[in-house]
Design a protein around this ligand. Structure first.
Ligand SMILES: [Zn+2]
Length: 207
């Protein structure tokens, strides 16, 4: 069984936010797999009073040269508002998320912007733990930033590549005491890790 080697990952800038006086980018990631085109997280498409203090500047997927209809599968790493605000653009497509994450949204107030999660027509596929989405492409729980977070691990034939969402919000978090999620990242010995809020992928330091 050979892992596909023709999988490519492309970051797409969709917004930036103000955090502690600095602009923090928001990227989503497109994974082109021979069997399907997968979108990891969906960014934001509109402003909301709950996020006003972050002064979002938006470049929604729906307002850039992006083929929405070409996406076959959506994955949410987690359901914070800056990761699921575009879910409504994919009504009718399967959106894979950990069941724990969905449960937390539905039971905890102020967890996220709930009407973005529950937008009309949005259909979730709740996942319990690890799940092979496509050959060489699997969802792996990565608790830490939220208890229900997951990441996408892509087999490349060599060391895996990870689309990690907020497994680390910024590179410096890899130097902090590891969460369960970051322990899993390190254990996988990835070639690189794409993050939502960093322009470049993180590479583990070489020994
Ligand atoms: Zn985030």
């Amino acid at each position: 069984m050979n892992a596909p080697t023709s999988i490519t990952i492309t970051p797409v800038f969709v917004a930036d936010l103000s955090v502690e006086g600095e602009r923090m980018p928001v990227y989503v990631h497109v994974i082109d797999h021979p069997d399907a085109r997968v979108l990891v997280d969906t960014g934001m498409t509109e402003l909301h009073p709950a996020m006003a203090d972050m002064d979002p500047r938006l470049k929604p997927l729906s307002e850039q040269d992006f083929d929405l209809a070409g996406i076959d599968i959506v994955v949410n790493t987690h359901l914070h508002a800056d990761h699921c605000g575009g879910n409504h653009l994919f009504a009718g497509e399967p959106i894979y998320v950990q069941r724990r994450e969905l449960d937390d949204v539905r039971s905890e107030d102020d967890y996220t912007i709930r009407e973005w999660v529950e937008a009309p027509g949005v259909q979730y596929v709740p996942v319990d733990g690890e799940h092979e989405l496509l050959p060489g492409l699997r969802l792996v729980p990565a608790p830490g930033h939220t208890p229900g977070m997951q990441m996408v691990v892509v087999e490349t034939g060599g060391r895996p590549v990870i689309v990690g969402g907020d497994v680390a919000v910024w590179f410096g978090e890899f130097d902090e005491p590891p969460t369960e999620g970051r322990q899993r990242v390190l254990a996988l010995d990835p070639e690189l890790v794409w993050l939502t809020h960093e322009r470049e992928p993180w590479r583990p330091p070489t020994v």
